[in-house]
Design a protein around this ligand. Structure first.
Ligand code: AMP
Ligand code: MG
Length: 320
């Protein structure tokens, strides 16, 4: 990636970040159709490819270092492109180092626990990237828009009622701070879709038979609560964008642009973490040399002592 473009991407990311402590109104502050002038769709695929290669490299180092973990929280309304973003942005990374967890309506067992329990059980290990396709933020979004969900959570009376959302915001912030202190970075992405683009995407899911499985009549019903969701998202973004775990609002009306933005925010987090391959100690280095000498002594008659080194030397000569 050219240096100038990397700088422009870093600037772009800054404009998507929800400044901690600010009061957000989604409709006023973030345009779902926004696109940065310096990016053109025809260059999108190339840029995404460069970003994916960079992610793959950093993910290997993250795994090798085994000190930090990364948790990506993806939140959005239906048809905003959560699945596609995961598919494209993570397409280059080692599947062993990435775990995707999707959260649906909670089960009876999950409702029998505190509200963060099922999410805690899916946190990434050190060295891993965990992706939450929907996350504990549903606990202040769908649960807030449809409070009957809260009734199902079997909370004691004192834990419901007035102030419950403010308390949940605080509990989430505290939990994220705890995770950050323990070496786990959060990448919180809200895919911000316009109501008209959602309508278009729903119709596509209805019109194309191979997309039918993605549409349910419940999705259309949820759409009637559009304004309630916008309010719940705005409050959630205002209350839970913190210095240790800021939110990014990704313009989602153009899928290609949303993917580049999502990839760029994740890449920036990894660049900041700057994970390093572990250094071998002097003792380990001596052990390696001793093992090398033993293996070289085993070379059959006529074979190179170290076929790999010989191959490398040959390649180097040819490429001169
Ligand atoms: P989808 O992601 O389209 O497969 O749908 C998952 C459904 O689960 C959505 O309708 C969400 O609103 C719902 N859901 C996710 N988390 C919760 C939660 N904590 N409480 C209630 N419903 C939830
Ligand atoms: Mg759905």
């Amino acid at each position: 990636m050219a240096g100038e473009q990397a700088k422009q991407l870093a600037e772009l990311i800054k404009t998507l970040r929800v400044k901690p402590g600010t009061k957000v109104s989604l409709s006023r502050d973030f345009d779902p159709a926004y696109k940065a002038d310096f990016l053109k769709k025809k260059h999108g695929a190339e840029l995404l490819k460069a970003g994916i290669e960079l992610l793959a490299d950093y993910q290997q180092r993250l795994a090798a270092q085994d000190t930090y973990g990364v948790l990506v929280c993806l939140q959005a309304l239906d048809a905003a492109g959560k699945d596609g973003t995961i598919r494209h942005v993570m397409s280059g990374v080692d599947p062993q180092g990435v775990h995707v967890s999707s959260f649906k309506v909670p089960s009876a067992e999950e409702l029998d626990h505190d509200f963060l329990w099922r999410y805690a059980a899916r946190l990434p290990a050190r060295g891993d990237i965990g992706i939450f396709n929907r996350s504990y933020y549903e606990e202040v979004l769908v649960v807030r828009v449809h409070p009957e969900n809260l009734d199902r959570q079997k909370l004691p009376a004192a834990s419901k009622g007035k102030g419950v959302w403010e308390r949940r915001y605080r509990e989430i912030n505290d939990w994220e701070r705890y995770l950050t202190d323990n070496g786990f970075r959060l990448v919180k992405l809200m895919l911000n879709l316009s109501k008209e683009e959602q309508r278009t995407r729903f119709l596509k899911r209805i019109d194309l038979p191979e997309k039918n499985w993605k549409f349910s009549s419940a999705d259309a019903r949820e759409r009637q609560y559009w304004d309630d969701y916008q309010r719940a998202f705005s409050e959630m973004l205002s209350a839970t964008s913190t210095p240790w775990a800021p939110w990014y609002v990704i313009p989602a009306d153009r899928k290609w642009f949303a993917r580049i933005c999502a990839g760029a925010v994740l890449a920036q987090t990894l660049i900041e973490l700057d994970p390093q391959y572990p250094k071998v100690s002097d003792q380990q280095h001596d052990d390696l040399l001793a093992a090398k000498a033993d293996l070289e002594a085993e070379a059959p008659h006529g074979a190179a002592a170290d076929p790999f080194a010989a191959e490398q030397e040959k390649d180097a000569k040819e490429n001169k």
